[in-house]
Design a protein around this ligand. Structure first.
Ligand code: ZN
Length: 305
């Protein structure tokens, strides 16, 4: 995992010491925001560490969440990667990044049955800015990397419930094996899903030169805007790696929000360039999913209490 190597890389290679460590926002427990490289296209993809070194979902607690200031808006922003059965049982990272279609279907059914309102990321941002205006039981669905199974598997399930979602696309991977084609990205956008940018090459931004980091963010935005014919205002940091410079770039490039892999469900306006999310993947039981989004709908008696 690139992310696991980052501290050593940053310390040893004399790379941009742009931010204090806390601003790097590298979260141990979320190290697997990782293009799983199904086709070997990712050049700078180091050998995966031994299984014992790999983070296990839920074992590590993110420690670098920003300190909240100002009114908080509660809305879980979930993030998925693959919607598939992990093809290689020995691939622990692949397992953690994969939500089997049947599990995803059950999760969406849970949201529908329990009266949740799936809102767009933009609606959540507006609510964070205005400190209100959300429907009851709000939840945001996001997907990282632009995998083909978002379009072929997730979208039909989402459609069946009338749910919306955002997919953060790695523009340099579009059309590659396992990734959405430009036509699929365009079709998803046309069907009301939101397409966000996720860099050109899925690099850890905090490890890049300022020029490269800025180019990765800007070029991915421009490529998607040329494809879609309208502004792209959402960004996700690959590997959850970013620093103060990257946050400033995201803002100056016109992104309305940039999401991270910091874990949390309460947001404040000063956090819009590092919005926290909750990772969904692997063998999570439905009870865990339910606890993340807020549990079953209160009974009338509970509402009166
Ligand atoms: Zn990613």
């Amino acid at each position: 995992m690139l992310l696991l190597l980052l501290p050593a890389v940053l310390a040893g290679a004399g790379l941009r010491p742009a931010a204090p460590v806390a601003a790097l926002a590298i979260v141990p427990g979320d190290a697997s925001d990782d293009v799983d490289d199904p086709d070997g296209l990712i050049v700078a993809h180091p050998a995966k560490p031994a299984l014992a070194q790999q983070p296990v979902l839920g074992e590590l607690t993110p420690q670098l969440s920003p300190v909240p200031s100002g009114p908080l808006t509660y809305v879980p922003i979930l993030y998925y990667h693959y919607i598939r059965v992990n093809p290689n049982p020995g691939d622990r990272v692949g397992f953690e990044l994969s939500t089997p279609p049947a599990v995803f279907r059950a999760q969406m059914q849970y949201l529908a049955d329990q009266g949740f309102h799936v809102i767009s990321l933009h609606q959540a941002v507006v609510a964070v800015k205005s400190h209100g205006g959300l429907p009851s039981r709000p939840v945001v669905l996001t997907f990282d990397d632009g995998y083909a199974d978002f379009f072929t598997v997730a979208v039909p399930i989402l459609h069946s419930h009338g749910f919306t979602a955002t997919d953060f696309v790695v523009t340099g991977r579009m059309g590659g094996s396992g990734f959405m084609t430009p036509g699929q990205v365009l079709a998803a956008d046309g069907q009301g899903f939101t397409i966000g940018a996720h860099t050109v090459d899925h690099v850890a931004l905090a490890a890049q030169t300022p020029a490269r980091a800025a180019w990765e963010m800007k070029q991915s935005k421009l490529t998607l805007e040329a494809l879609l014919g309208h502004p792209v205002i959402d960004f996700a940091y690959p590997y959850g790696s970013f620093n103060q410079y990257d946050m400033a770039q995201a803002k100056s490039l016109g992104f309305e929000t940039a999401v991270s892999t910091l874990s949390g469900t309460a947001h404040y306006v000063g956090q819009l360039m590092e919005l926290s999310r909750v990772r969904i993947g692997g063998g999570l039981p439905l009870t865990y999913f339910a606890s993340v989004v807020g549990g079953p709908r209160p009974t009338p008696a509970e509402l009166r209490a």
